[in-house]
Write a protein that binds this ligand. Structure first.
Ligand SMILES: [Zn+2]
Length: 217
Protein backbone atom coordinates (compact mmCIF):
# COMPACT_ATOMS: atom_id res chain seq x y z
CA UNK A 1 0.00 0.00 0.00
CA UNK A 2 1.29 3.42 -0.91
CA UNK A 3 1.07 6.25 1.59
CA UNK A 4 0.35 8.65 -1.25
CA UNK A 5 -3.33 8.49 -2.16
CA UNK A 6 -2.65 10.25 -5.47
CA UNK A 7 -0.57 7.32 -6.72
CA UNK A 8 -3.14 4.65 -6.10
CA UNK A 9 -6.71 4.45 -7.26
CA UNK A 10 -8.38 4.04 -10.62
CA UNK A 11 -6.33 6.65 -12.52
CA UNK A 12 -3.17 4.57 -11.94
CA UNK A 13 -4.66 1.14 -12.69
CA UNK A 14 -2.64 -0.99 -15.10
CA UNK A 15 0.37 1.34 -15.16
CA UNK A 16 3.75 -0.37 -14.75
CA UNK A 17 6.90 1.37 -13.52
CA UNK A 18 7.35 4.26 -11.13
CA UNK A 19 5.40 7.51 -11.36
CA UNK A 20 7.94 10.19 -12.35
CA UNK A 21 5.47 13.00 -13.06
CA UNK A 22 1.87 13.62 -12.06
CA UNK A 23 0.15 16.88 -12.90
CA UNK A 24 -3.34 18.19 -13.53
CA UNK A 25 -3.78 20.60 -16.47
CA UNK A 26 -6.50 23.07 -15.52
CA UNK A 27 -9.43 23.61 -17.88
CA UNK A 28 -8.42 25.78 -20.89
CA UNK A 29 -4.68 25.74 -20.07
CA UNK A 30 -1.51 25.01 -22.11
CA UNK A 31 1.05 22.41 -20.99
CA UNK A 32 4.45 21.11 -22.08
CA UNK A 33 6.60 18.30 -20.74
CA UNK A 34 9.52 16.16 -21.87
CA UNK A 35 8.90 12.40 -21.95
CA UNK A 36 11.96 10.15 -22.33
CA UNK A 37 12.17 7.08 -24.56
CA UNK A 38 10.61 4.10 -22.78
CA UNK A 39 8.47 6.22 -20.45
CA UNK A 40 4.67 6.09 -20.68
CA UNK A 41 2.40 9.13 -20.61
CA UNK A 42 -1.15 8.50 -19.43
CA UNK A 43 -3.80 11.14 -20.16
CA UNK A 44 -6.83 10.92 -17.86
CA UNK A 45 -10.06 12.60 -19.02
CA UNK A 46 -10.98 13.41 -15.41
CA UNK A 47 -14.54 14.63 -15.91
CA UNK A 48 -15.24 13.21 -19.40
CA UNK A 49 -15.83 14.68 -22.87
CA UNK A 50 -12.69 16.82 -22.85
CA UNK A 51 -10.70 17.24 -26.08
CA UNK A 52 -6.92 17.20 -25.51
CA UNK A 53 -5.15 18.92 -28.42
CA UNK A 54 -1.70 17.39 -28.69
CA UNK A 55 1.61 17.98 -30.53
CA UNK A 56 4.97 16.19 -30.36
CA UNK A 57 8.51 17.39 -31.09
CA UNK A 58 11.75 15.40 -30.98
CA UNK A 59 13.70 16.54 -27.92
CA UNK A 60 16.97 16.10 -29.84
CA UNK A 61 15.88 18.32 -32.76
CA UNK A 62 12.48 19.97 -32.70
CA UNK A 63 12.48 20.36 -36.50
CA UNK A 64 11.35 16.73 -36.32
CA UNK A 65 7.75 16.74 -35.09
CA UNK A 66 4.46 14.85 -35.20
CA UNK A 67 3.06 14.36 -38.69
CA UNK A 68 -0.63 13.46 -39.06
CA UNK A 69 -0.02 12.69 -42.74
CA UNK A 70 2.87 10.26 -42.12
CA UNK A 71 0.94 8.60 -39.27
CA UNK A 72 -2.25 8.09 -41.30
CA UNK A 73 -0.41 6.98 -44.46
CA UNK A 74 1.78 4.46 -42.62
CA UNK A 75 -1.14 2.71 -40.95
CA UNK A 76 -3.60 3.14 -43.86
CA UNK A 77 -6.35 4.42 -41.55
CA UNK A 78 -7.63 7.84 -40.50
CA UNK A 79 -8.25 7.00 -36.84
CA UNK A 80 -5.74 6.74 -34.00
CA UNK A 81 -6.35 3.55 -32.03
CA UNK A 82 -4.59 1.23 -29.61
CA UNK A 83 -1.47 0.10 -31.49
CA UNK A 84 -1.20 3.25 -33.63
CA UNK A 85 2.39 4.48 -34.03
CA UNK A 86 2.54 8.30 -33.93
CA UNK A 87 5.11 9.18 -36.60
CA UNK A 88 7.29 12.21 -37.28
CA UNK A 89 7.70 14.21 -40.48
CA UNK A 90 10.70 11.92 -41.04
CA UNK A 91 8.51 8.82 -40.73
CA UNK A 92 10.06 7.71 -37.46
CA UNK A 93 8.05 6.38 -34.49
CA UNK A 94 7.68 9.07 -31.79
CA UNK A 95 5.10 7.42 -29.49
CA UNK A 96 2.85 4.35 -29.64
CA UNK A 97 -0.72 4.25 -28.31
CA UNK A 98 -0.18 1.39 -25.87
CA UNK A 99 -3.73 1.38 -24.52
CA UNK A 100 -6.94 3.34 -25.05
CA UNK A 101 -10.21 3.19 -23.15
CA UNK A 102 -12.12 4.61 -26.14
CA UNK A 103 -12.24 3.11 -29.66
CA UNK A 104 -10.47 5.92 -31.53
CA UNK A 105 -9.01 9.42 -31.37
CA UNK A 106 -8.93 12.14 -34.05
CA UNK A 107 -6.06 13.66 -36.01
CA UNK A 108 -7.92 15.50 -38.79
CA UNK A 109 -10.20 17.93 -36.93
CA UNK A 110 -7.37 20.39 -36.23
CA UNK A 111 -7.08 22.92 -33.41
CA UNK A 112 -9.54 25.69 -32.70
CA UNK A 113 -8.41 29.27 -33.24
CA UNK A 114 -9.91 32.74 -32.79
CA UNK A 115 -10.04 32.98 -36.59
CA UNK A 116 -11.89 29.67 -37.14
CA UNK A 117 -14.25 30.44 -34.23
CA UNK A 118 -15.13 33.77 -35.85
CA UNK A 119 -15.87 32.08 -39.19
CA UNK A 120 -17.86 29.20 -37.72
CA UNK A 121 -19.63 30.77 -34.76
CA UNK A 122 -19.72 34.53 -35.35
CA UNK A 123 -17.71 37.64 -34.60
CA UNK A 124 -18.78 37.68 -30.93
CA UNK A 125 -16.46 34.69 -30.34
CA UNK A 126 -13.34 36.62 -31.44
CA UNK A 127 -12.12 37.28 -27.88
CA UNK A 128 -12.56 33.67 -26.71
CA UNK A 129 -9.41 31.75 -25.80
CA UNK A 130 -8.52 28.99 -28.30
CA UNK A 131 -6.11 26.08 -28.78
CA UNK A 132 -3.83 27.88 -31.23
CA UNK A 133 -3.02 30.47 -28.52
CA UNK A 134 -2.28 27.64 -26.06
CA UNK A 135 0.00 25.86 -28.55
CA UNK A 136 1.81 29.12 -29.26
CA UNK A 137 2.28 29.91 -25.56
CA UNK A 138 3.63 26.43 -24.72
CA UNK A 139 5.90 26.42 -27.78
CA UNK A 140 7.33 29.86 -26.96
CA UNK A 141 8.76 28.45 -23.69
CA UNK A 142 11.21 26.52 -25.95
CA UNK A 143 11.60 29.21 -28.61
CA UNK A 144 9.20 27.74 -31.16
CA UNK A 145 6.71 30.00 -32.93
CA UNK A 146 3.60 29.93 -35.10
CA UNK A 147 5.30 28.15 -37.99
CA UNK A 148 5.98 25.21 -35.65
CA UNK A 149 2.28 24.63 -34.92
CA UNK A 150 1.42 21.77 -37.28
CA UNK A 151 -1.64 19.53 -37.68
CA UNK A 152 -2.35 18.02 -34.29
CA UNK A 153 -3.98 15.09 -32.51
CA UNK A 154 -7.26 15.53 -30.64
CA UNK A 155 -7.36 12.89 -27.93
CA UNK A 156 -10.88 12.02 -26.76
CA UNK A 157 -12.43 14.06 -29.60
CA UNK A 158 -15.00 12.40 -31.85
CA UNK A 159 -14.66 13.38 -35.52
CA UNK A 160 -16.56 10.75 -37.51
CA UNK A 161 -15.93 10.40 -41.25
CA UNK A 162 -19.12 9.83 -43.28
CA UNK A 163 -19.20 7.51 -46.34
CA UNK A 164 -19.03 10.57 -48.61
CA UNK A 165 -15.88 11.76 -46.80
CA UNK A 166 -17.50 14.59 -44.85
CA UNK A 167 -16.42 15.20 -41.25
CA UNK A 168 -18.38 15.96 -38.10
CA UNK A 169 -17.47 17.23 -34.64
CA UNK A 170 -19.95 15.46 -32.41
CA UNK A 171 -20.46 14.51 -28.81
CA UNK A 172 -17.40 12.82 -27.31
CA UNK A 173 -16.76 9.11 -26.88
CA UNK A 174 -15.24 9.65 -23.49
CA UNK A 175 -16.53 9.46 -19.95
CA UNK A 176 -15.13 10.51 -16.57
CA UNK A 177 -11.83 8.78 -15.72
CA UNK A 178 -11.15 7.22 -19.12
CA UNK A 179 -7.51 7.07 -20.20
CA UNK A 180 -5.11 6.79 -23.11
CA UNK A 181 -1.52 5.53 -22.62
CA UNK A 182 1.32 6.68 -24.89
CA UNK A 183 4.70 4.97 -24.83
CA UNK A 184 7.58 7.17 -25.95
CA UNK A 185 9.71 5.64 -28.73
CA UNK A 186 12.21 8.55 -28.63
CA UNK A 187 12.79 11.49 -26.25
CA UNK A 188 9.86 13.79 -27.02
CA UNK A 189 8.54 17.20 -26.02
CA UNK A 190 4.78 16.92 -25.54
CA UNK A 191 2.80 20.14 -26.12
CA UNK A 192 -0.86 20.19 -25.10
CA UNK A 193 -3.79 22.57 -25.28
CA UNK A 194 -6.53 21.50 -22.91
CA UNK A 195 -9.15 22.71 -25.37
CA UNK A 196 -11.13 25.82 -24.27
CA UNK A 197 -13.77 25.47 -27.02
CA UNK A 198 -17.33 26.27 -25.84
CA UNK A 199 -19.09 26.60 -29.23
CA UNK A 200 -19.32 22.92 -30.24
CA UNK A 201 -19.78 19.58 -28.41
CA UNK A 202 -16.07 18.58 -28.37
CA UNK A 203 -15.90 19.54 -24.68
CA UNK A 204 -19.60 19.10 -23.94
CA UNK A 205 -19.70 22.97 -23.90
CA UNK A 206 -17.84 22.87 -20.58
CA UNK A 207 -13.99 22.65 -20.59
CA UNK A 208 -12.64 20.56 -17.69
CA UNK A 209 -9.21 19.55 -16.25
CA UNK A 210 -7.22 16.51 -17.39
CA UNK A 211 -4.48 14.59 -15.61
CA UNK A 212 -1.05 13.79 -17.07
CA UNK A 213 0.84 10.90 -15.45
CA UNK A 214 4.32 9.78 -16.61
CA UNK A 215 5.79 6.44 -15.53
CA UNK A 216 9.34 5.19 -15.95
CA UNK A 217 10.29 2.37 -18.33
ZN1 LIG B 1 -9.61 23.72 -29.10
Amino acid sequence: MSADPHRTGPHFEGLAGTVVHDEVIPARAPWSHQVKAGETLRIVDLEGNQAVDFLLYSAADDAERYSAQDTVAAQGNLFLREGTVLRSNEGRPMMTIAASAIPYHDTIGGACSCESNTLRYGHHTKAQHACVENFLEANLWDGRGKRDVVSNINFFMNVPVEPDGSLGIVDGLSAPGLTVDLKAEMDVIVVVSNCPQINNPCNAFNPTPVSMIVTSA
